[in-house]
Design a protein around this ligand. Structure first.
Ligand SMILES: *[C@@H]1O[C@H](CO)[C@@H](O)[C@H](O)[C@H]1NC(C)=O
Ligand SMILES: *[C@@H]1O[C@H](CO)[C@@H](O)[C@H](O)[C@H]1NC(C)=O
Ligand SMILES: *[C@@H]1O[C@H](CO)[C@@H](O)[C@H](O)[C@H]1NC(C)=O
Length: 198
């Protein structure tokens, strides 16, 4: 009798502990992976005017954040980051390679800020990119040849930066590219042969 009572109590305690653990696990599931990439991007930016104040790690997706637009793909129920528009937000600092984790991104606009250092090679992972506007910043070093992997790219604006070296040959292979604006940099060499559509 006594043993039975003890084991029943033990069972109840065990079950309560399990319930508490599963609640904790559920709550700390937290922000999805694309949100985590965005927070890493934010951590490398200097946001003087606190324009990105609502990028909050307690949210489960970044879809309600300023500058972020999501979309739901039909093969996937989770919303994915579709565009990121950080145009004219007085941001300095640099662009994190985590940008390469946002593989569904179709449009990235960082124009008219004060971003410096290089354009990360990892941007070549954003294979859905159609519009990439990095103009009016302080990006420096060479233009990464990985941009040549962005086969959906239509618009590439990199003017008014401090980029140097040639425009990579690989960019000449981008069949969708209809606009490439690159003036006011320190680019040398000639434009790659671009096969313009008729
Ligand atoms: C993030 O959201 C939580 C819950 O809504 C809130 O308590 C917290 O203050 C927010 N953090 C920031 C940095 O805004
Ligand atoms: C950017 O900085 C300018 C000049 O300091 C200020 O007038 C403007 O409101 C700022 N804009 C944003 C979005 O932070
Ligand atoms: C531009 O590039 C040349 C060599 O390619 C270099 O000598 C010069 O210092 C660069 N100028 C600036 C402003 O970066």
């Amino acid at each position: 009798m006594n043993m039975e009572r003890i084991s029943r109590r033990f069972l109840m305690i065990t079950m309560s502990v399990l319930v508490i653990i599963s609640l904790l696990v559920h709550q700390t599931r937290g922000l999805n992976i694309e949100g985590q990439y965005l927070l890493d991007i934010k951590s490398k930016l200097v946001d003087k005017f606190n324009n990105l104040a609502d990028w909050n790690s307690t949210d489960s997706t970044p879809c309600g954040w300023i500058a972020v637009t999501c979309n739901t793909l039909d093969y996937n129920d989770d919303p994915v980051v579709w565009s990121l528009d950080l145009n004219s937000m007085n941001l300095s600092g640099w662009l994190s390679p985590s940008i390469g984790g946002l593989v569904h991104l179709t449009s990235l606009d960082l124009s008219s800020n004060e971003l410096s250092r290089n354009i990360p090679k990892k941007i070549g992972n954003c294979l859905s990119l159609e519009v990439l506007t990095l103009n009016n910043n302080r990006f420096e070093a060479n233009i990464p040849k990985e941009l040549g992997k962005l086969s959906c790219l239509r618009i590439l604006n990199i003017y008014n930066n401090r980029l140097s070296g040639p425009i990579p040959e690989e960019i000449g292979n981008l069949a969708s590219l209809s606009q490439l604006v690159a003036y006011s940099n320190n680019i040398s060499g000639s434009l790659p042969a671009i096969s313009w559509e008729p």
